[in-house]
Design a protein around this ligand. Structure first.
Ligand code: ASP
Length: 350
């Protein structure tokens, strides 16, 4: 535990799950390996200057986020639930590869959030000379502890803080494997920007209906989802395998542009066949920005008529997490479809 304050104002729980931010080079194997979290803290003495108490928890074992599973989301949610009354905000250090999935998942699994849950990580290990990890961590802690004049959290949302910008978690996608600006929120404005000071974009930030009520923590996930990414040359056998597979309850169809798919007879009849089998079919666009409108082109209309649900401007990461959450909570497919088209946590513009 780090006690870093003379006048404790806020208490932050830092949860270290793994990822590049806590890596160092293994001189023998010449690969990056995770190291003890205490070493991250010694790398960032600036954290001691905050007027807040910072406690930490470390995942054991630490995980490269490419290994993240829904069980890790359940673990994070459980930890936040257990510690909810003890802290003013939560900072989750996580690998960048699946950070957008994890942030999306937690946004659905915690309903009625009144405190910040800020994910961050880095492209370079925190010990590296040009690391982005320090800045990301310091900004995340500052944002997680920020309060307004009424004493309410400035950002009571699940967010990603990266390269001086704060984004709604369920709107983000990892868009760059090299640059420090690794994430993008194409369909929702930034929630805050860190320059000389941190500027909050208050109108874009969601606030809870009741600041005093405790969130509902959901812990049931149904992962029977697959993703069909449409591409030129896709064959009937591949489409059938994904759309009509017996192990899935839902299929996300990643379509072109405004929600378009091939207009060929075999394609639409397979979509109809999957719908008749009772599959929940959700249309999201492959485009990084903008969303689905199944009214514009005949190809999109065909999907709508076949019973495909509109994913609007959802990211694929958010669509997947939302399906896991809704299907875990709700038995009726009709209700799952209704909520898919409902804006629950600011994940779609509707
Ligand atoms: N593979 C790493 C991970 O996602 C990359 C990173 O941390 O950015 O855990």
């Amino acid at each position: 535990m780090i006690q870093s304050s003379k006048h404790s104002k806020s208490a932050i729980l830092l949860i270290y799950t793994g990822g590049t931010i806590g890596m160092k080079e293994d001189p023998v194997e010449q690969t990056l390996k995770p190291f003890d979290f205490e070493q991250i803290l010694s790398e960032v003495p600036e954290l001691g200057k905050f007027a807040c108490k910072i406690d930490s928890r470390t995942f054991s074992p630490l995980i490269d986020s490419s290994d993240v599973e829904p069980s890790n989301w359940l673990e994070l949610t459980r930890l936040i639930e257990e510690e909810y009354d003890n802290y003013d905000g939560f900072v989750i250090l996580h690998g960048t590869d699946t950070m957008a999935y994890s942030a999306s998942a937690l946004s659905f699994m915690i309903e009625g959030l009144t405190k910040p849950v800020i994910f961050t990580g880095s492209q370079l290990p925190i010990g590296a000379p040009r690391t982005d990890g320090k800045e990301n961590l310091i900004s995340a802690v500052e944002i997680a502890s920020a309060k307004d004049e009424q004493g309410h959290a400035r950002v009571p949302e699940v967010c990603i803080c990266f390269d001086n910008v704060l984004m709604r978690g369920n709107r983000t996608t990892k868009i760059n494997a090299d640059n420090f600006r690794a994430f993008r929120s194409a369909n929702w404005p930034l929630l805050a920007e860190a320059g000389i000071s941190i500027k909050y974009n208050t109108p874009a930030i969601r606030i809870p209906e009741d600041w005093n009520s405790k969130p509902i923590f959901h812990n049931k996930l149904d992962t029977r989802v697959s993703i069909l990414k449409i591409h030129p040359g896709i064959t009937p056998s591949v489409v059938r395998e994904i759309l009509c597979g017996t192990q899935t309850r839902a299929v996300i169809i990643e379509t072109y542009g405004a929600g378009n798919a091939p207009s060929k007879g075999w394609f639409l009849s397979m979509v109809r066949e999957a719908a008749a089998m009772g599959k929940i079919l959700l249309n999201v666009t492959q485009c990084i920005a903008g969303g689905v409108n199944m009214e514009i082109y005949a190809t999109g209309k065909g999907l709508k008529e076949a019973g495909v649900v509109n994913g609007y401007d959802s990211t694929t990461e958010s669509a997947l997490a939302k399906l896991f959450y809704l299907m875990g909570e709700i038995e009726s497919d009709t209700d799952v479809k209704k909520y898919l088209e409902t804006n629950l946590r600011g994940e779609i513009s509707k």
